[in-house]
Unconditional design. Structure first.
Length: 283
């Protein structure tokens, strides 16, 4: 924050505002500092007589945003002077969903939703917070869902072929284990019984799988296609935020389209988009 920003407050409490802004730990961070400045400017314009409290609440929203994307953010509370860089959420231009590590990039659904809820309680709006919160709300839900469906996203062969390969591998392992037990048993009745039971169970399991697969395959295939359509629609929604500015109507339409395909969005996203569209056409 620059020295020129000290003059944005022209009431009797200007000194309190300046001290609050300068003392806030996020003011020193370039990226978060811009959000702090944006919040301070909009709080100053508020017609309410509780501008100081409203500025404090706005800064709390920025702090919640920081915590939602920084794992172990509590360590910044213990050492305000730490030189460790706070991570800032930027729009992800190249999203890799298949094969991604869990919680990478780090962003929490709950923390993001809480930040958005706190923002919606403010009596004023900050365009910079509109943008980052919508981006984070969509991204956190999409990335969280991708973590849950990694087995589907990482599947490298068709369902039928994968089923055949798994059954063949299982049958080979079962037969090999039974043959090994027959061999080391060297005629021992107990070992022969154990080997026979293992072989019988494996053959019965393979036979049951062979008979049951035609009944389960259509349902499994439909479920897989639904999941792929859902994550694809969520990704399309997130990509719609790539341009600056982005159309609020277009993003809202993508959110609705993803919802129709099974996506479940946090309520804060729906309310925030309604709020944004009531105020302006772009985000």
């Amino acid at each position: 924050m620059t020295d020129d920003d000290d003059d944005i407050w022209d009431d009797d409490e200007s000194e309190h505002f300046r001290k609050l802004l300068k003392a806030h730990p996020l003011t020193k961070d370039y990226s978060y500092g811009r959000l702090v400045e944006a919040v301070a400017e909009e709080a100053r314009k508020s017609a309410s007589g509780y501008q100081y409290d409203q500025l404090t609440q706005g800064l709390d929203v920025v702090d919640e945003i920081m915590r939602a994307v920084n794992e172990g953010a509590w360590r910044f509370d213990e050492d305000d002077e730490t030189e460790e860089k706070r991570k800032f959420w930027y729009h992800q231009e190249h999203v890799q969903l298949a094969g991604k590590k869990r919680l990478e990039p780090y962003i929490t659904v709950r923390g993001t939703a809480d930040a958005a809820a706190s923002y919606l309680e403010l009596p004023y709006r900050v365009p910079a917070l509109d943008r980052i919160l919508v981006d984070m709300l969509i991204a956190s839900e999409m990335l969280g869902f991708a973590d849950e469906i990694q087995p589907i996203l990482k599947r490298k062969m068709p369902i039928l072929l994968g089923w055949l390969v798994n059954n063949i591998i299982g049958l080979v392992i079962g037969c090999a284990l039974a043959a090994f037990l027959f061999w080391i048993g060297d005629g021992n009745v107990v070992m022969n019984w154990i080997a026979g039971i293992i072989l019988a169970v494996q053959i019965l399991w393979t036979a049951w799988s062979l008979l049951a697969f035609p009944f389960f395959h259509p349902k499994l295939r439909a479920q897989t296609k639904k999941v792929e359509a859902t994550i694809g629609a969520m990704l399309d929604t997130y990509c719609a935020l790539g341009g600056i500015p982005a159309s609020a109507k277009h993003i809202d339409e993508r959110i609705s389209e993803a919802t129709s395909k099974g996506a479940v969005w946090p309520s804060q996203l729906i309310v925030l988009m309604e709020d944004i569209r009531a105020r302006r056409q772009t985000i």
